[in-house]
Ligand binder design. Sequence first.
Ligand code: ZN
Length: 140
Amino acid sequence: MNLENLYRQVILDHYKNPRNKGLKGYPKVRIKNPSCGDDITVEAKVSEGLIEEINHEGSGCSICCSSASVLSETLGGKTTAKAEELIQKFYSMIKGEDEGDEELEEALVYQGVSQFPARIKCATLPWKALERLLKGDDDE
Ligand code: ZN
């Protein structure tokens, strides 16, 4: 199995079996991508600079929904400072500016999205929601 197929498998697995799906009532941000129909809400429990938990809910394409699941696993448990750094690293990888930092862990599977400009918004949508959350710009 080549790397591209492996990445596709991981994305499909997160799409079919999303981790941390279902909101629990923490501060949240809802964000939409009208061009694809993605509609995702991301919430986070942050305490003293540590993201204790990230959950998500919503509907959309496989790239967007799986990305919310991967985001919850990759950045849950990180400090807010580290998460902000990794969000920027994710954006530069998705834009094709670099291959992606290994600190992105499982999120590296979205490397190939840079070749499909129409999907970039799908992959980054949940990350943008968390970025807003960390800035204190939540929906409530
Ligand atoms: Zn999408």
